[in-house]
Design a protein around this ligand. Structure first.
Ligand SMILES: NC(=O)c1ccc[n+]([C@@H]2O[C@H](COP(=O)([O-])OP(=O)(O)OC[C@H]3O[C@@H](n4cnc5c(N)ncnc54)[C@H](O)[C@@H]3O)[C@@H](O)[C@H]2O)c1
Length: 258
């Protein structure tokens, strides 16, 4: 039977890129979305065309009851979850200077980007532990991959709550990696740079110029497929002696340069 991946926020953008890359590699994918059923169904169709089974589940990652329903739906259909990809995320609805940022925006972004993934990881990790098969090689054991961001260490004072949430995702990765290592479950952060999606469409002109001027050593926008490929490489178990690891998928943005 194909291995089963649950990808949050997979209706579009990076999540879709990850779901399709996994489907191409033969995984069954649970495609979670929050609001737009049409794009999620489209992702599922593309995944099936790529050769993978697909289940679409609506759930708001920021809501506890939705998280529980999502995991139940995945288990009911496939019986297990071999990989959780915490991809769903959002920027602040309005970019405000940190001297103006509202508590409502802070709470919303932290809830979706950090609290939701934390408690979803807790829920899924428990099901992974319950289903651990004795003697399974660490390369084949269940895994968790968190989609972080260069914003974990890059200051953008007009979206401070986003930066803080992604810095939190880095620690969340370390915590789960530490806790689950004894059970053979490895946990990773895949950290995208500037990727062409709806999230960055509002700042496209600004980033076109920055990238053209050499902001990233690899002078192009990242694409969802770039992140998808990296996730598949990790998911396939090629890094059995690495956990709590960050994989930068950023065109070299993270390097200090002179
Ligand atoms: N685009 C970039 O440049 C970039 C860079 C670094 C990291 N990231 C991260 O990658 C991930 C995907 O971003 P993207 O660029 O594809 O953005 P996007 O806005 O195109 O897609 C995000 C998806 O997550 C879904 N989502 C949002 N809140 C949700 C919730 N509460 N429950 C369920 N689904 C929810 C959205 O509906 C959407 O489908 C995010 O975690 C983002 O922070 C993006």
């Amino acid at each position: 039977m194909a291995k089963v991946a649950l990808v949050t926020g997979a209706g579009r953008g990076i999540g879709r890129g990850i779901a399709l890359a996994l489907a191409e590699a033969g995984w069954a994918v649970v495609i979670n979305y929050r609001g737009n059923a049409a794009t999620a169904n489209e992702t599922a169709e593309l995944a099936r065309e790529a050769g993978g089974e697909a289940l679409v589940v609506q759930a708001d990652i920021g809501a506890a009851a939705d998280r529980a329903r999502l995991v139940e739906a995945a288990l009911e259909r496939f019986g297990r979850i071999d990989l959780l990809v915490n991809n769903a995320g959002m920027g602040p609805r309005t970019r405000l200077d940190i001297l103006e940022t509202t508590e409502a925006s802070y709470d919303e972004v932290m809830n979706v980007n950090l609290k939701g993934p934390f408690f979803l990881s807790q829920l899924v990790a428990r099901t992974m532990l319950e289903r651990l098969e004795p003697g399974v090689d660490r390369a084949d054991a269940p895994k968790i991959i968190n989609i972080g961001s260069i914003s974990a260490y890059t200051s953008s004072p007009t979206r401070g709550e986003y930066c803080i949430s992604k810095a939190g995702v880095t620690m969340m990765t370390l915590l789960f990696a530490d806790r689950l290592a004894e059970s053979g479950i490895n946990v990773y952060e895949v950290r995208p740079g500037i990727v062409e999606t709806d999230m960055t469409s509002g700042v496209k002109g600004k980033y076109d110029k920055l990238i053209g001027d050499g902001l990233t050593p690899i002078r192009r926008w990242g694409q969802p497929e770039d992140v998808g490929r990296a996730v598949v490489a990790v998911a396939e178990g090629r890094f059995p002696f690495s956990t709590g690891e960050v994989l930068n998928v950023d065109g070299g943005f993270h390097m200090h340069r002179l």
